[in-house]
Design a protein around this ligand. Structure first.
Ligand code: CA2
Length: 155
């Protein structure tokens, strides 16, 4: 039997994780986060496809592909969280659960980070838990895919 699949999508500048601003984003690199997600996926019996792009159109194209290919989406849209109606529209077009993750607590930061175009579409939002937020999101996704959204899982 095929495992439920989750696209873990990362937006602009997250490729710089671990190189600057450790007080805000921690010391782990994006490769470390990918490894954490793959380890969590193995434990949770999920298939994870972990991607990052700095380009809005690339993130949107991947979301379009994901419409029929994956069972759930974990997304850290980074700065596009606060600006992109296009990414929110692409997520709205996917009838699969979406969990929004932010490494930092955006609500403790500048006012422009307090608004998210993605949050109204998300099943859950995890902020301020550091990179552990990705693992928490996968744990929650596993629960959603085996309960509330179980019938929709592509077999
Ligand atoms: O807290 C988060 O995960 C954010 O999505 C990160 C975004 C920021 O624009 C959001 O408001 C909150 C920024 C990602 C850039 O990450 C960097 C990491 C290290 C060095 C420079 C940028």
């Amino acid at each position: 039997m095929q495992l439920p699949s989750v696209l873990v999508l990362n937006g602009p500048n997250l490729n710089l994780l671990g190189t600057r601003e450790p007080a805000i984003y921690g010391a782990e690199t994006l490769d470390d986060v990918a490894r954490m997600c793959h380890d969590a996926a193995a434990r949770l019996h999920l298939e994870v496809d972990f991607r990052q792009s700095n380009a809005e159109h690339q993130l949107i194209d991947w979301l379009h592909e994901a419409r029929t290919r994956v069972d759930g989406i974990v997304i850290n849209p980074a700065a596009y969280t606060h600006t992109s109606v296009a990414i929110a529209d692409a997520l709205s077009a996917i009838a699969k659960p979406v969990i929004e993750v932010h490494i930092s607590n955006v609500h403790k930061r500048e006012a422009f980070r307090h608004h998210s175009f993605v949050s109204p579409i998300a099943e859950a939002i995890i902020v301020g838990c550091g990179t552990q937020g990705y693992v928490l999101a996968l744990e929650r996704m596993q629960t959603l895919l085996t309960t509330k959204f179980a019938k929709q899982v592509t077999q």
